[in-house]
Write a protein that binds this ligand. Structure first.
Ligand code: SAM
Length: 288
């Protein structure tokens, strides 16, 4: 069947099935072939790959993924989309659609059953409020992942990608970069979707590190320090961390740690690299 990636074909299918867009499911469908080609190329999908697509919608991106990958498993929460997906994906025998909430699904089991436990690729265009928890949940779990290519708000993509000393640098940058190497694949203006969302988006590829770029004795402590540092980002690191209710680290210990690392006692968290947070956390874990 003809590809869905244009406004006319999308309207035709939506009308045929009398489909109502649901805001709570973040249903904004891509209608731009150029962007779809960029996403597929950016996700580095090959015929060896099993791709987990989260939120296929009417199957627009699924059609592209099915042509590029060995196999696609597409997880869609809205059961009203199932008859549509049946039609739009009828030409492809390598796609399995699962009607489920991705937040409640055992993704490890999917990787085992469809890819023999080897690393999978994940492509997702989801409601923005669940995208970050899903990304972090996947990284923190032991699900084997090669890369994740996700649509996020443009600002969020920037926050994931940047390093120290910029206004967008924060806890999300450090959390993402601890697990993965970010790369912005495409900027996606709101007119590439139907209906149009209120914000511009970007597609970011997060390639999972084989080994974390830093070794740290107590990962939980490091991330608690990072959260504290950016919760009060205008404060000095010493004040932000010593004020934190989540931690019990005194000013003197922090000052000693900064001295050992040759950092200024008035430095702010936004100036520290991941390596420096790891080193400071290692020093403090001795006394914490
Ligand atoms: N991939 C399609 C595209 O690019 O045109 C649709 C993207 S649309 C932004 C998001 C899709 O995710 C919708 O089809 C929505 O129903 C689905 N979705 C929302 N929450 C979900 C969840 N928790 N689990 C699975 N799918 C979900």
């Amino acid at each position: 069947m003809e590809k869905l990636s244009n406004p006319q074909k999308t309207i035709e299918i939506i009308k045929k099935y009398n489909f109502n867009f649901q805001k709570k499911f973040g249903q904004n469908f891509l209608v731009d072939a150029h962007v779809l080609n960029k996403i597929i190329a950016g996700a580095n999908v090959t015929k060896d790959d099993m791709v987990l697509e989260i939120g296929p919608g009417i199957g627009t991106m699924t059609q592209y993924l099915a042509e590029a990958a060995r196999e696609v498993v597409a997880v869609e929460i809205d059961r009203n989309l199932l008859p549509i997906l049946e039609e739009t994906l009828s030409d492809y025998d390598n796609v399995t659609v699962i009607n489920a909430d991705i937040l409640k699904l055992d993704i490890q089991k999917i990787a085992d059953e469809h890819n023999g436990g080897r690393p999978i690729k994940v492509v997702a265009n989801l409601p923005y409020y669940i995208t970050t928890p899903i990304i972090m949940g996947l990284f923190e779990s032991h699900v084997p992942i090669d890369n994740l290519t996700v649509m996020v708000q443009k600002e969020v993509a920037k926050r994931m990608e940047v390093g120290p000393g910029t206004k967008d640098y924060g806890a999300l940058s450090l959390a993402v970069q601890y697990y993965a190497m970010p790369y912005i694949v495409a900027n996606v203006p709101c007119n590439c979707f139907m209906p149009r969302p209120n914000v511009d988006s970007a597609v970011i590829r997060l390639t999972r590190h084989k080994e974390p770029p830093v070794t740290v004795k107590d990962e939980k402590l490091m991330f608690a320090m990072i959260r504290a540092a950016f919760n009060q980002r205008r404060k000095t690191l010493v004040n932000a961390i010593s004020n934190s209710a989540e931690l019990n680290i005194g000013k003197e210990a922090l000052q000693e740690g900064l001295n050992t690392l040759g950092l200024s006692l008035t430095v702010r968290g936004e100036a520290l690299t991941l390596e420096q947070f790891a080193a400071l956390s290692d020093i403090l874990s001795e006394i914490y």
